[in-house]
Design a protein around this ligand. Structure first.
Ligand code: NDP
Length: 450
């Protein structure tokens, strides 16, 4: 019988890899994880966590303004970028330590090395050759910058978290999660922000009503959103970046950030030697148990390119661990995965868009409410909140909830439990609201708008 060094060897200590490694070790497996960059992966280091800290930081500008109507005189607030950047980095370093502790406490061996497959059961990590009964590829994804003259002058989200200087004027290219989140961050922190999106309306795939609403809110906050606009070139001229667009317009900025998607990080991992196949975009195809085409080589998270979301990678990692070492046959349920975009105001969403729901449910009732949040009745700010509830009128089931407004993610997380459990509109109606909250609107929507 073959002698293996480990029951499970994980490549990549991001959200999914760490969870799979920890749970496997807690189930008695001998586990190692190799990580060449930073513990915690994209989410902890250059994603969700520092992004949310920046979102908090960027909101203070409005908070200082709003405070005046509530009687506070905050003086003339000034923003100091190095303070936010470095305090954020300190917190990330603390979290790196927490992740290290979580792994070592669980008995997982950490190899701070790049690991590559050398066969279906073998890995080389640094100079060490290792044999593993099972291998899990959890290498995540990496930002993609489309080719255009001067594209090398553009930063991605990776660098945006560590900018030496805060830009006075910033151009963001793209119209997905990262583009709208960073547009809000940079604008809140005081930059003049232009967002250039190639299509008709950004946030493709999200509910159209929510997308239009966010567009209006972003414009109100001073972000210059240019739709149907492609970058043609970027050139350094003195201390600024001279940008040209395909419609012949031009713009001078201090920073160009490409937020144009993330590709699976699957290159140069020794897949040829192991016989693991990848799709044209680098994604690793897997079955319902996250098995690749090679038995005992598994893959989860961004590198399989299903849903590039931390909690999804974690759920996939749990599945692999349980199925391998607890004899389970778990699967991840990809239906009704809730998600939030931390643009300003936030988007929270669960279930299909209204457009998609109309195709699935011929008798769709749409409940909708748009209002000024209570806080702004006194602050005078023009910001509004939009909430939508989609109901299959045939069986009264609530099939989706969409929101754009403060704390939308917090509110939709709760609603997603109800929707997953199959709650009906009658259940929502008979639920007592919490007053005064924005969330109570979801249980007091009486008349369908459409
Ligand atoms: P997204 O896939 O969300 O968006 C990419 C954007 O870039 C789209 O608007 C796309 O346009 C545009 N784009 C793609 N290629 C080009 C090109 N060649 N030229 C111009 N524009 C282009 O990617 P992000 O980078 O924003 O984020 C990556 C993933 O990370 C997200 O999909 C999400 O899963 C995850 N994420 C999650 C967050 C959260 O949970 N809050 C936060 C941040 C990221 P088009 O629509 O026309 O294709």
């Amino acid at each position: 019988m073959e002698n293996y060094d480990y029951d499970l060897f994980v490549i990549g200590a991001g959200s999914g890899g760490v969870r799979a490694a920890r749970v496997s070790a807690s189930l008695g497996a001998k586990v190692a994880v190799a990580e060449e960059r930073y513990l915690g992966g994209t989410c902890v280091n250059v994603g969700c966590v520092p992004k949310k800290l920046f979102v908090y930081g960027s909101h203070f500008a409005e908070d200082f303004e709003d405070a005046e109507a509530y009687g506070w005189q905050a003086g003339d607030p000034k923003f100091h970028w190095p303070t936010l950047r470095d305090n954020k980095s300190r917190e990330i370093e603390r979290l790196n330590g927490v992740y290290e502790g979580l792994l070592t406490d669980a008995g997982v061996e950490i190899l701070a090395e790049r690991a590559v497959l050398t066969g279906p059961h073998s890995i080389r990590a640094g100079n060490t050759s290792i044999k593993a009964r099972n291998i899990l590829v959890a290498t995540g994804s990496w930002p993609v910058v489309p080719p255009f003259p001067g594209s090398d002058l553009a930063v991605t989200s990776n660098e945006a978290f560590y900018l030496p200087e805060f830009p006075r004027r910033a151009l963001i290219i793209g119209g997905g999660y990262i583009a709208v989140e960073f547009a809000g961050i940079f604008a809140g922190l005081g930059a003049e922000v232009t967002l250039a999106y190639r299509g008709e309306l950004f946030l493709r795939g999200f509910d159209a009503g929510i997308r239009r609403f966010v567009l209006e809110e972003m414009a109100t906050k001073g972000v210059d959103v240019r739709l149907n606009t492609r970058i043609a070139s970027v050139e350094r001229v003195g201390d600024r970046l001279h940008c040209r667009f395909d419609d012949a317009t031009r713009l001078d900025v201090d920073l160009v950030m490409a937020a144009t998607g993330r590709a699976p990080a699957s290159a140069d991992l020794g897949f040829e030697a192991a016989g693991v196949v990848t799709a044209a975009n680098g994604a690793i195809p897997v079955d319902d148990s996250y098995r690749t085409n090679v038995p005992h080589v598994y893959a989860i998270g961004d590198v399989i390119d299903r849903l590039q979301l931390t909690p999804v990678a974690i759920a996939e990692g749990m599945c692999v661990a349980h199925n391998l070492f607890a004899g389970g046959s778990r699967q991840v349920d990809y239906a009704n995965v809730p998600t939030a975009i931390f643009c300003q105001p936030n988007i929270g969403t669960v279930g299909p868009t209204e457009e998609r729901a109309r195709e699935i449910y011929p008798e769709l009732a749409v409940y909708e409410s748009s209002f000024k949040p209570m806080k702004h009745t006194v602050s005078g700010r023009g910001e509004r909140t939009l909430m939508k509830l989609l109901v299959n009128a045939e069986d009264d089931r609530v099939v989706a909830a969409h929101m754009c407004g403060p704390e939308a993610g917090e509110i939709i997380q709760g609603l997603s439990v109800a929707i997953k459990a199959g709650a009906t509109k009658a259940d929502f109606d008979s639920t007592i609201g919490i007053h005064p909250t924005a969330a109570e609107e979801f249980v007091t929507m009486r008349e369908a708008a459409r």
